[in-house]
Design a protein. Structure first.
Length: 410
């Protein structure tokens, strides 16, 4: 559960962009946005910190801008991560009941056993999502309190990350003077901000197409049944264009944004685009290239992303619907190409639900994660056994309390 403050804050540590939203929450109403900021990420690669100082500098600037706009100081934040070193597994926590009626005491011990099940020494458990109770080996839906059973178990889907990855993020947050936070798997937050309850019940595969990686979450019968990350995203498309057309990375990104398409039914060889080649290898200031050549480059990489996802997640073949979000999904033709490749799936591009006072620039698929992070603690409720709020313990208690007092009142 989140602390009883009315102010909520979310920070999404993306590979290409770092975002922050601050909102005021009131009982029975959606959060109202009071502060927002976004900047190009620095010191991040494949969802992991590669330069502490550069990453901390960006997060500090984003936080300061959002806090200044909101007129508040952030005490707690929900932080979104999507490192490629994410491991997802099914585990069971078991508890002998002693042939007594099941009580709240039994369930608390079962939660602890379930959270610890299968956790490796060098891993950090970000999520432990409860799915089904098992009474004497048989699935049971609903409450189990008061029932009799010889053996009680709980099946859970666990999302683990390397401890070193989390340690680096904690050190970075300390440099930003943020000591209270909860970590969330970004694609899960994005899915909760985009999908309706009907889509979760019907069975939907949600794909968050990021810059250097693409995370996914699969729902069936309202429950999360699979999740993961593949190390492919929009940045790989940009690199393909840079190499294929012989242009700089910035020029490749411009070409992708202005002219890029993931799929094209009718190819007209008479369409051309003007590009600026690398001056070291071409004496001309501008070169014209056929637009279909660009489309073929992009299409080949997008096809690889869908193929990798299909191989990585067996759950994709068990659902009929697929929803796309993330910055790379906004490339025209991506959804059409996915429908062409995965013929049994109905695919749509997601736009997260709009919150009151949300800037129009944030109401886009690329900001689905940060919007989901904002309301994640309330949305998940008690369905996640992972400890919600963490405090950095790098300082002695008296120093932490003194610094917190100065931060809160000065």
């Amino acid at each position: 559960m989140i602390p009883k403050e009315t102010v909520l804050a979310a920070i999404d540590l993306g590979n290409s962009r770092t975002c922050c939203l601050i909102a005021v929450a009131s009982a029975g109403a959606e959060p109202v946005i009071i502060g927002s900021a976004a900047m190009e990420s620095q010191g991040m690669k494949y969802g992991m910190i590669t330069d502490l100082e550069a990453c901390a500098s960006v997060v500090t600037q984003v936080l300061s801008k959002a806090e200044k706009e909101a007129g508040v100081r952030i005490k707690h934040a929900t932080v979104g991560l999507c490192p490629v070193q994410t491991r997802v597994s099914w585990n069971q926590g078991r508890l002998p009941t002693g042939k007594k009626p099941l009580s709240e005491h039994h369930l608390q011990h079962l939660d602890q056993a379930t959270f610890a099940a299968g956790l490796q020494a060098n891993d950090y458990r970000m999520h432990c999502l409860k799915t089904t109770y098992l009474l004497d080996g048989k699935p049971h839906q609903g409450s189990v309190e008061g029932l009799m059973a010889d053996d009680l178990a709980m099946a859970s889907l666990c999302v683990d990350m390397r401890r070193a990855v989390i340690d680096n993020v904690q050190i970075m947050l300390k440099k930003c003077h943020l000591h209270h936070y909860t970590f969330v798997f970004s694609p899960l937050a994005a899915a909760l901000s985009c999908l309706s309850e009907e889509e979760k019940d019907a069975g939907t595969f949600f794909l968050d197409m990021g810059s250097e990686s693409s995370g996914y979450v699969c729902f069936r019968e309202g429950q999360i049944v699979d999740a993961g990350v593949v190390p492919l995203g929009g940045e790989h498309i940009t690199r393909d264009i840079s190499v294929g057309l012989g242009v700089s990375r910035n020029e490749a990104e411009r070409i992708k944004t202005l002219y890029g398409r993931g799929f094209q039914h009718a190819i007209d060889r008479r369409e051309y685009i003007d590009i600026t080649p690398l001056p070291q290898y071409n004496t001309l200031s501008k070169v014209r290239v056929p637009k279909p050549d660009l489309t073929h480059m992009i299409q080949a990489r997008v096809e690889e992303i869908f193929e990798r996802i299909n191989l990585h997640s067996p759950s994709l073949a068990k659902v009929q619907y697929m929803a796309l979000a993330g910055g790379s999904s906004e490339l025209p033709g991506v959804a059409e190409l996915g429908s062409e490749m995965l013929k049994k799936h109905k695919i749509r591009l997601c736009v997260p639900r709009k919150l009151p006072q949300l800037p129009s620039s944030f109401h886009a698929p690329s900001f689905a994660s940060v919007l989901g992070l904002l309301s994640f603690p309330q949305t998940m409720g008690t369905g996640d056994l992972a400890p919600a709020w963490h405090t950095y313990h790098g300082l002695p208690t008296w120093r932490r309390r003194t610094m917190a007092w100065f931060r809160d009142y000065f």
